[in-house]
Ligand binder design. Sequence first.
Ligand code: A2P
Length: 289
Amino acid sequence: MYSKKIKLNNGVEIPVLGLGTWLMSKEEAYLSCLAALEMGYRHIDTAVAYGNEEAVGRAIRDSKLPREEIFVTTKVPAEAKSEKAARKEIEGSFKKLGLDYIDLVIIHCPQPWILFRKFQRRYDKANVEVYKVLEEYYRAGKIKAIGVSNFLPADLDNILNNCEVVPAVNQILAHVKNMDFETINYCREKGIIVEAYSPLGHGNSKVLKDEAIKEIANKYNVSVPQLCLRFTVELNMVTLPKSTNIAHMKSNGDLDFNISEEDMERLVKLDKIKDYGKDDWYPVFSKGK
Ligand code: A2P
């Protein structure tokens, strides 16, 4: 199992590989997290919006692993855009997860999902308000690292200019067929670790059946999913594949190989998905990615 960790900007170590739990029912989340922890995963990514925090917490307890061995992330809902709402949600997460501390809590999205990427600046003040609540929990030691998700450079600037704690991470959609290098490079400049959600492109055939990716995967004698995951790992991204399938989970953790610079360049230059979000293969945002 791939067990490398990287250091966040506050010195906290985060396992590079984590299990994503978006769209998992409670039962699926419980069984998947338990299986993942048993096979060596040490990082679980959940969110209030996924509706499975309680199951994730239960799996963590039932794994019998020492708490400090597991890195747990949750997310303040995109719709919680006030101090009061943020506090309520964070307290709710503690209760549902049943944990004394949470390793990482991030703002799920700069806008409520229904307005995703619309009215870009409308929520600046609200995001600062919510982030300041995270800072308070962080200072109290209840949350070990804080950050954001789906933030663009201007959204990050708003936090950097108006808050004190530099976000430790920005969790964004990142896979071989969808790379926002402007945001990725901006995060790097500011010492913010990028976390890749949906690093397998949601398991869609546009990624997993891509001939060029297949050809490179064959060269390394690995599967296409393994190549996709190693690709984001090579880019120093925390990588969060979601799977409820034990065989997939296992092979997704088998990432001890290197992709050459030349092949990384080929992968970076692959055609990106242009109609992203416009056709039916991308799950609805209302589910709260
Ligand atoms: P499954 O749960 O059956 O494994 P992403 O993390 O990019 O959102 O992708 C998640 C999707 O990819 C899920 O539908 C998951 O299905 C599928 N998936 C995860 N790992 C693999 C794998 N190794 N091979 C094929 N599909 C996978």
